[in-house]
Design a binder for this molecule. Sequence first.
Ligand code: ADP
Ligand code: MG
Length: 696
Amino acid sequence: MASNPPPLFELPVTALRGIGERQAEKLAQLDVRTVQDVLFHLPYRYEDRTRLLPIGTLRPGTEAMVAGTIEMAQVRFGRRRSLMAYVRDGSGGLWMRLFHFSGAQQSHLVKGVRVRCYGEVRAGPTDLEMVHPEYRVLRDDEEAAAEPCLTPVYAATQGVSQHTLRRISALALELMERRPPPELLPPEVLDAMGLPSLVEALHTLHRPPPDIGLQDLVERRHPAQQRLAFEELMAHQLILRSLRKQVQHQDAPVLAATQRHCAPLLEALPFDLTGAQQRVWEEIARDLGRPHPMHRLLQGDVGSGKTVVAVLTLLRAVENDCQAALMAPTELLAEQHWQTLEGWLAPLGIPASWLSGKVGTRARRTTLADIAAGRSRVVVGTHALFQEEVRFERLGAIVVDEQHRFGVHQRLALRRKGEGSGLRPHQLIMTATPIPRTLAMTAYADLDVSVLDELPAGRRPVETVAVPDSRRDDVIERIRAACAGGRQAYWVCTLVEESEALEAEAATDTAGRLATALPEVRVGLVHGRLGPADKQAAMADFKAGHSQLLVATTVIEVGVDVPRASLMIIENAERLGLAQLHQLRGRVGRGSTASSCVLLYKAPLSDIARERLAVMRETNDGFCIAQRDLELRGPGEVLGTRQTGLARLRVADLVRDAALLPRVEEAGTRLLDHHPERVAPLIRRWIGDGLHYADV
Ligand code: ADP
Ligand code: MG
């Protein structure tokens, strides 16, 4: 027998009449490659052309379809040349106004011609008008019939018109009728939730009947939309859950409690663990003692003390004769960790190494050899740790700090690092981005979650104010006073453009200006363009109190820990998201002195910026801030699709559809238990063959 043709749903778009290679390429820019993609490319809004409205009943600000006869047409030469045609039906008249028009339009839009137009009605200078309506000239005998369904409006792109998209969605719907794709959601789930079948849902969304609740559609709350969102979320959940399952069948070294390293470290710390640190460490230690790899996410607000927990995890591996690695997303943060760790590991006699992309070739060769031979027990570094040539003798545990900078792919790449020994390393992923529970259930369905929900005692909330840029001089005085009183301050320069070079330039300028304005203050400078040695030196100076004001770019956003610094100025604060503001502000308030943060902004503020600054003034609680951030921006930006297990969502929206998530989890379990054969097709339908996930 010949191999099966691809399921109809997976045919390339070129299978549709009128779509050649050229159009296919353009459609690919919309991520539309198959017939299924056409069907999943849902309209983002609809137009109601199902009714012809009498012109006399129109109100400005509404969209309407009307039909009538042109009573007069002329080209007007006002401030802008325009072609005006006055259209009248039995009830009234309005102007069609075209600013751009061809000679052909001028010759067919003439007195006596009947037209049907659809557009937004506006109050013109003399009468109602429609500017650039979609219109059609009607033939003599033609009825000005209305459309049978709402007209879909799709996201289009250069070279792919609305017309094309409507045409191919009609063709795809026809194909779907003839050979419907399998229904993968269990009927009992659909029934219980009152959701339509896949075929029905797609039909409804591409060609909604006139009596559909348009408001529901607009708010994406229609059952047809919910049904697709539900199925999509389920696919994502299931792939992460299958990942988790695979992991439970993998072998990891058993890291049991010994008295060798963890206990002496705890002994040597100048503080006691908080209750939360203790609890979380117990959760982690329990996982480490099992013969399967731990995959645990540690959530803890900035300053909650994640580093100690990380180090305990590393030491538990080392005391069980394994190696351990700590990875951070930026050079600067990795260096900070390296310094902290050296201080803790050296007294315990544990040899450690440092690896980053900027380590020179010779030093690198030595380091790699030390790691491979097991001479180095703890390795601290950046992404450089992922690289092929980094081989461990026996890697027992990996800690990834501030994982919102790490993608799921990197998370997976890491899991392979233990392979030399045939064992998978345990993994702890740390993040300061608190994620609401329902969201975590989906976004991190492959991980267990621990939460550090307590700050070390004695911390005082950072007092935060928003100050317009016009009062910059006052802010400078404030720094002068703070430094005179023995305090230290950060000044963070931010730009909207993602340009390290421009940001570095701005920081350098600012540092110069501040040094002039504050001659008695020693000003340090750190930005992404500095070499590692200079960066390290600038940080070390600041840490030691040699410099009192550190001008920096957002390179200091994560991880930097200088407890004595207690004043933070953030420039262009109105341009930053809440998560970033919270991270930056988290650099102060780490000791027991009262700290403050000045959000410098340029007026006028947009509504959303005003809202953000207000949130920052009101609370220091990362969890509240994350919740507000979700509401203001949506999860894509809060989580960053890169950092969750989720690939791009087509239909669902984690915030809008959050209420579905508990049901998604339930239905996922049901599918796994009762219809396991549907799991793979479901994942395939929404995520593709998941190759990048499969190879764990
Ligand atoms: P983060 O969770 O932001 O990474 P860190 O681990 O950098 O926080 O800890 C912030 C500061 O709090 C550090 O200076 C650290 O030494 C200190 N710290 C951590 N745990 C405690 C504790 N239990 N009691 C007092 N200080 C602590
Ligand atoms: Mg940290």
